[in-house]
Design a protein around this ligand. Structure first.
Ligand code: HEM
Length: 459
């Protein structure tokens, strides 16, 4: 009996499967260019510890829209203002969801927060609560006195440390957090000696949230590896014992949103201007002229301080804390700029690349606030070359508060203190190295001497 068919049976089966797959696959699909994926890992091997830089390098080869595979899942990266516009404005409705990554499951009570919630009725309702109950202009104005009181506490604390090196980051985070917390609860979230919450624990929680939310967890993309938790991220689950998950997740957003983003932006601004003392001199001259030496800078003064505002805008350009926004997710098949993007694709808008796009910016790698002087520059999502808060349906709902805090915090630090480097450090030694996360920080924290410059009764 001829039994050769037994040997060839697996081959026949494979050929039939391939044929039926080809028949089922959609004809003439045009996929964005990108590197060839490996079996199992796809292109994960190309992503280094600072993913926006890895994407940036790849985009130089494959272009402003490219497609990779993480495991077997498609990932598209937009790296130009026009591609950002395509995903966040032209096709916003198709890409306004989030992928179901481990970060959202473990840090945000099973996607119950606003950052990780998939697009749908729950997300819409929580967004409405944020917009009307927390961030509307009237409410923000009402709570200006809270921000002023917290600012005073922040500035006095720093003044008390005159002559000693100050790790500015800790004070900045504490100030941002206390501002939001008191607007929400009218309560002390911590106080020296009698603490409701321990600041170090809270810091740890926020740092973990941002780290976990930003990481590329291998188990997300190669699901059969997820039980092994190869990078150890899932073991780092945030340990806060609370019960009502949705409320907890939303409050958690307010805490992490306010504590890290504004403080990190100011931290980056200080790193950049310490490298160029002329910028500090120019900003101080403007503050002396407009504000004088007898008072602090108030929120309403900012429109009179174009140079200060230009420093903030330039910081957003080079150091948007969300270097790739939060990941977006295709809810349906969609054609973008002539390419077919499949339902289920994760989309990253590489704001880090866009801020350095030579087609959009002169001398893109130079920190040059002057480029914004005499121009109306939008940072809230209509200028796709500058997207620190994102754009479209998922634009940051806290931008109004974030902008107020960043601008006044930086203005008052420059107005009320001389910032001096310690340990013989020279301006050019100030590091711009990054530590990646959902918010990207300076890798090396700075210690500074902060000498008061206004009459002491003001502190
Ligand atoms: C300088 C300050 C801030 C910056 C640069 C910033 C930046 C961002 C970015 C880039 C996104 C993602 C947008 C996208 O995925 O397309 C975002 C979303 C978000 N931000 Fe902010 N943010 C800031 C302040 C705040 C504050 C103060 C809060 C709350 C207290 C906040 C709460 C949120 C929330 C809840 C989301 C998720 C929105 C959604 O997915 O629908 N942010 N932010």
């Amino acid at each position: 009996m001829d039994i050769s068919w037994i040997l060839f049976a697996p081959l026949y089966a494979a050929a039939v499967a391939l044929l039926s797959k080809l028949i089922r696959s959609k004809p003439n699909r045009k996929i964005p260019p990108g590197p060839k994926p490996w079996p199992i890992i796809g292109n994960l091997n190309l992503i280094g510890p600072i993913p926006h830089r890895s994407f940036h390098l790849l985009s130089q080869k494959y272009g402003e829209i490219m497609q990779l595979k993480f495991g077997k899942y498609p990932v598209v990266v937009a790296s130009s203002p026009e591609m950002a516009r395509q995903f966040l404005r032209v096709h916003d409705a198709s890409f306004a969801s989030r992928p179901s990554l481990a970060a959202g499951k473990y840090t945000s009570y099973n996607y119950s927060d606003l950052v990780w919630a998939p697009h749908g009725p729950y997300w819409r309702q929580t967004r409405r609560i944020y917009s009307f109950e927390v961030f509307n202009n009237k409410k923000l104005k009402l709570y200006e006195r809270v921000r002023v009181a917290e600012r005073q506490y922040f500035l006095s604390n720093i003044r008390a440390l005159a002559g000693k090196p100050v790790v500015l980051k800790d004070h900045l985070s504490r100030y941002s957090l206390s501002t939001t917390w008191k607007m929400l609860s009218r309560d002390e979230y911590f106080s020296e000696g009698n603490s409701v919450l321990n600041m170090d624990e809270l810091h740890e929680m926020v740092d973990e949230w941002f780290l976990l939310s930003g990481v590329f967890n291998i188990g997300d993309w190669i699901p059969w590896l997820s039980p092994f938790d190869l990078q150890g991220y899932l073991r780092m689950e945030v340990e806060v014992e609370l019960t009502r998950d949705c409320v907890k997740a939303l409050i958690q957003n307010l805490i992490v949103g306010s504590m890290d983003t504004s403080a990190t932006t100011v931290e980056w601004a200080i790193h950049e201007i310490l490298r160029q003392p002329r910028i500090i001199e120019k900003a101080k001259a403007e503050l002396d002229k407009v504000i004088g030496r007898e008072r602090w800078v108030e929120e309403d003064d900012i429109s009179q301080l174009p140079y200060l505002d230009a420093i903030v805008t330039e910081t957003f350009r080079l150091h948007a804390v969300g270097t790739m926004l939060a990941p977006h997710y295709a809810m349906q098949d969609c054609s973008v700029a002539g390419y077919d993007i499949s339902k289920g694709t994760t989309v990253f808008v590489n704001v880090w690349s866009i801020g350095r796009d030579p087609g959009a910016w002169d001398s893109p790698y130079e920190f040059l606030p002057e480029r914004f002087l005499g121009k109306e520059t939008d940072v809230l999502g209509s200028n796709f070359a500058l997207l620190p808060f994102g754009s479209g349906r998922r634009v940051c709902p806290g931008y109004n508060l974030g902008l107020k805090v960043v601008r006044t915090m930086l203005a008052n630090l420059l107005h009320g203190f001389d910032l001096k480097l310690v340990d013989g450090m020279m301006p050019e030694d100030v590091s711009l190295e990054e530590e990646y996360g959902l918010s990207t920080h300076p890798k090396h924290q700075l210690s500074l001497l902060m000498e008061p410059t206004l009459p002491l009764r003001l502190y």
